[in-house]
Write a protein that binds this ligand. Structure first.
Ligand code: ADP
Length: 630
């Protein structure tokens, strides 16, 4: 009977093109067709669910909303059936026989001009949905019955070449049954465990029950779509453990959702440990992208910025089309809006923890401070938000940490800059002679003991309108009043000594001058306030051996014992070779502190020479002593 009612149709030419590409040049992951068919079924179930709620036209109202998967192994058929909304003849022709998406023509025009390899991406971006079945099928049959009482059932058939047929058929209940006649080399899709593995991979959180050969497949609840009020902390923890396959509880989480202007829901976790702590160079991103509870991208590289790769969780939005490509995730306006919102909330959560629970914040900081700093450097839009998360030791918080707001809060009126000193560790930082003036004047200085810190502050330039300033390049004076007390005669000698050093050092320094900031130390190098930091210069040096460090200003402290002694020596014997040695060594000592010494050997030999002279002195004087003692 059916035969005479069977009508033959030709695919829209664009679909023919698409099928061609799908079958011959695409997809190494053929398994995704199962995901596509399941996700269509989910859509259909969602639609009928809506009808059930809003209209009385639905037939078989008591029919369970479900998906059935079964196999006809003799005929090599994989059968996926749903009790969803079904399709009319018109639907079949319009939805399955044509590409309904807008922009189709543009898309195909583009496609015809793209290289073979790039077609995959484009197709992915466009979303091939149902047609992906033809990657594995030599033939597909669709039995479908629309959900309203008066609807008839239809059978759609195609081998995926140029034609399809539609004929009336018998189907008692509403919904759609898709029979995939598998190609000989695709028989793996007849294995129950293979299908289960695919479901586990992509459809764990499908919101309708799935039965495989009448056995219920355990789908997990999509807790992110549930209202926050219905969830307990324990639910989130359970989900986290399941989701990330760990025993450990998360450090913290946020559950976000919005209906307007864009719909999405998300649960994001900050883990309690970091892969990168245990030697992994870079952990993979941890956020999965869902569209209506169907997994679109596992470990999505684009929904979260790189520096937030430690965050784990899910983002689900109906704005996200299935088969979305990386390009789309990056460029779609709505997705970007979601992304923006989520990042903002995540940072806000961390700021809150920093305020409320110091101990917890220190743990998070311990694991993820590198990521936060990376964010400041790479995420221009959020750098100011992220800078609220920074904490440092400081001259007034040696054991504790301070953040930038509290530092600003302690700044006395008139202090225009936020000062910092950097070094490999706290002890080294504290020995920095440039700090002396600050200590004397009781000005707080941030202590930067992570090499990244200096980059971060340089990048930020300022915090709430207060510029960051390295102590070595800050303009600070402590000694104006003391100046008068010094003897004029001595200062004359100091001046001559300065001229002597200038001549001696020549090109090695930008200038030599009497310091107004040193209190105890003999000397220091002052950095120009513009230009790269020494830190930056060291990196440039690593990249380019020829790189020349910029010249620094050498300052001496006339109150220091060593300087006094050297000034005296200079007065007595301006041509002293030993004084030359000491003077060079004095400069190199400072260069060593900064990691700027290029010829370490000559420094070592010079020190040995100085030691020799010292030893000889000791011998003569102790020789004297021994004679005296006798
Ligand atoms: P997409 O799902 O992206 O719209 P598809 O090619 O997968 O693209 O499907 C085209 C259309 O066919 C769907 O939008 C839907 O209207 C219809 N369709 C596909 N599968 C089903 C199904 N199981 N039940 C009802 N309608 C379906």
């Amino acid at each position: 009977m059916a035969q005479q009612y069977r009508k033959k149709y030709e695919f829209q030419s664009e679909i023919k093109q698409l099928l061609d590409i799908l079958v011959y040049s695409l997809y190494k992951d053929k398994e995704v067709f199962v995901r596509e068919l399941i996700s269509n079924a989910v859509d259909a179930l969602n639609k009928v669910q809506f009808e059930l709620m809003t209209s009385s036209r639905v037939e078989d109202r008591d029919e369970e909303l479900r998906i059935n998967i079964s196999f006809d192994r003799d005929r090599k058929k994989l059968i996926i059936e749903d009790t969803g909304i079904g399709m009319t003849r018109k639907d079949l022709m319009e939805n399955i026989g044509t590409i309904a998406h807008s922009g189709t023509i543009d898309f195909l025009k583009k496609l015809s001009k793209t290289k073979e390899r790039e077609k995959v991406d484009l197709i992915g971006k466009f979303g091939v949905g149902f047609y992906s079945a033809f990657m594995a099928a030599e033939q597909v049959h669709i039995y479908t019955k629309y959900f309203t009482k008066e609807s008839r059932a239809y059978l759609w058939k195609s081998t995926g070449d140029t034609n399809y047929t539609i004929e009336p058929t018998v189907k008692k209940k509403r919904g759609t049954r898709i029979e995939v006649f598998l190609k000989d080399d695709q028989k793996e899709f007849l294995e129950k465990h293979r299908i289960e593995a695919i479901l586990l991979k992509y459809s764990r959180f499908v919101p309708f029950p799935i039965y495989i050969e009448n056995e219920k497949f355990r789908v997990a609840e999509a807790i992110w779509t549930q209202p926050r009020s219905s969830l307990k902390k324990k639910d989130y923890i359970e989900f986290y453990k399941f989701f990330s396959n760990v025993q450990e509880e998360p450090e913290t989480y946020v559950h976000l959702s919005s209906d307007a202007p864009v719909q999405f829901s998300a649960i994001l976790f900050v883990p309690r440990s970091s892969m990168e702590d245990i030697g992994f160079f870079r952990s993979p991103p941890g956020v999965d992208l869902y569209s209506r509870k169907v997994l679109i991208q596992k470990n999505s590289r684009d929904i979260m910025p790189e520096y937030l790769r430690f965050v784990k969780g899910v983002i689900d939005s109906e704005e996200i089309p299935l088969n979305i490509s990386r390009e789309t995730v990056q460029n779609d306006i709505k997705i970007n809006r979601i992304k923006k919102h989520i990042i903002k909330k995540l940072i806000a959560k961390l700021v809150q923890i920093k305020k409320d629970d110091r101990e917890q914040y220190l743990r998070i900081w311990g694991h993820f401070n590198k990521h936060i700093k990376e964010g400041i450097i790479s995420d221009f839009e959020n750098k100011d938000r992220l800078s609220q998360l920074l904490i440092f030791h400081s001259s007034k918080n040696k054991e504790e940490y301070t953040d930038l707001d509290s530092y600003r809060g302690r700044m006395p009126e008139g202090q225009k800059e936020i000062y910092y000193a950097s070094g490999p560790d706290m002890k080294a930082i504290e020995k920095n002679p440039a700090l002396e003036a600050f200590m004397k004047k009781d000005i707080e200085v941030l202590y930067l003991d992570d090499p990244l810190d200096e980059f971060v502050l340089e990048h930020l330039r300022e915090y709430k309108e207060k510029a960051f300033k390295m102590v070595e390049s800050a303009e600070i004076e402590v000694k104006e009043e003391d100046e008068k007390k010094k003897s004029k005669a001595y200062m004359e000698e100091v001046k001559k000594f300065v001229t002597y050093l200038k001549d001696l050092y020549g090109e090695k320094v930008a200038d030599v001058r009497v310091s107004k900031r040193l209190v105890d130390s003999p000397c220091m190098l002052v950095h120009p306030s513009r230009g790269p930091s020494v830190q930056m210069e060291r990196i440039m040096k690593m990249a380019d051996k020829e790189y020349q460090f910029s010249k620094k200003v050498f300052e001496i402290n006339p109150d220091n014992k060593l300087i006094k002694e050297m000034v005296r020596v200079h007065k007595n014997d301006p041509k002293s070779q030993s004084l030359n040695q000491l003077a060079f060594q004095m400069l190199d000592n400072m260069m060593l502190r900064e990691g700027m010494v290029e010829d370490v050997d000559s420094v070592v030999f010079r020190i040995q020479d100085i030691m020799l002279q010292a030893a000889q002195k000791i011998r003569t004087s102790s020789g004297k002593k021994t004679t005296e003692e006798k």
